[in-house]
Design a protein around this ligand. Structure first.
Ligand code: URA
Length: 216
């Protein structure tokens, strides 16, 4: 399934992000009631172009990890806390022509941008109803558990806790009364930047594969 977000929530995001450097819109994808809901940061350029979450270089790493525990793209739900591509504006000199050209590389979303998408994510989580939420990296982890949460400390640990959701005014967060199963993981791009993390990340995914059987 490709998420069909409620029009009023989409309109709210559009209004709140109109003056931001955000482009495109990539919907979350996957079955309802899956074992795993993988939550990334935001789509990158490749995802924006093909309209498929985690389809670029980090996506390839991610597919390797999910396949190593018996899942595939079609059996997990994949989304991120921000659904548009955040970009920065860089002016650089073209090496061949010498002309100044404008580039729009990917960037990490700001906290304000993550909050603008919070009601949309809350709706998605309530609709998808995964068994375990898997935040990938600090942006997704902190959206769910607050700014003090750190992936370096929490990766590979199974947690059962309330999570943050948008408050009634949609200008901040409040904790849910319900507890959720969460296993934070390093963002798959971490492997691309630091190969030394690969054994740790692989071991974390194996632990997730074991734990999912125990809480089924
Ligand atoms: N990083 C993310 O967080 N999401 C994507 O879809 C791609 C890269």
């Amino acid at each position: 399934m490709i998420a069909e977000y409620p029009p009023e929530l989409l309109a709210e995001v559009t209004a709140k992000t109109a003056d931001r450097q955000l482009t495109g819109f990539v919907a979350g994808q996957g079955p309802l009631k899956p074992d795993l809901m993988l939550v990334g940061e935001a789509p990158g350029r490749h995802e924006e172009q093909v309209d498929i979450p985690f389809s670029g270089a980090s996506g390839q790493e991610l597919m390797g990890f999910i396949e190593s525990i018996g899942y595939s793209r079609s059996t997990v739900y994949i989304t991120s806390v921000v659904r548009k591509r955040p970009y920065s504006i860089k002016r650089v000199r073209d090496k061949k022509t010498g002309e100044i050209v404008e580039k729009h590389p990917n960037r990490t979303p700001t906290k304000k941008e993550v909050l603008a998408f919070a009601p949309l994510f809350d709706w998605e989580l309530a609709t998808v109803q995964p068994r375990i939420i898997v935040p990938l990296g600090n942006t997704a982890l902190q959206r769910l558990l607050g700014n003090k949460a750190n992936i370096g400390e929490l990766h590979g640990q199974l947690l059962h806790e309330p999570i943050q959701q948008a408050n009634e005014q949609h200008d901040g967060y409040q904790l849910t009364t319900e507890k959720y199963w969460i296993m934070p993981m390093y963002h798959p791009a971490a492997v691309l930047y630091a190969r030394r993390l690969e054994p740790t990340i692989k071991a974390d995914w194996q632990r997730l594969g074991q734990q999912i059987k125990e809480i089924k």
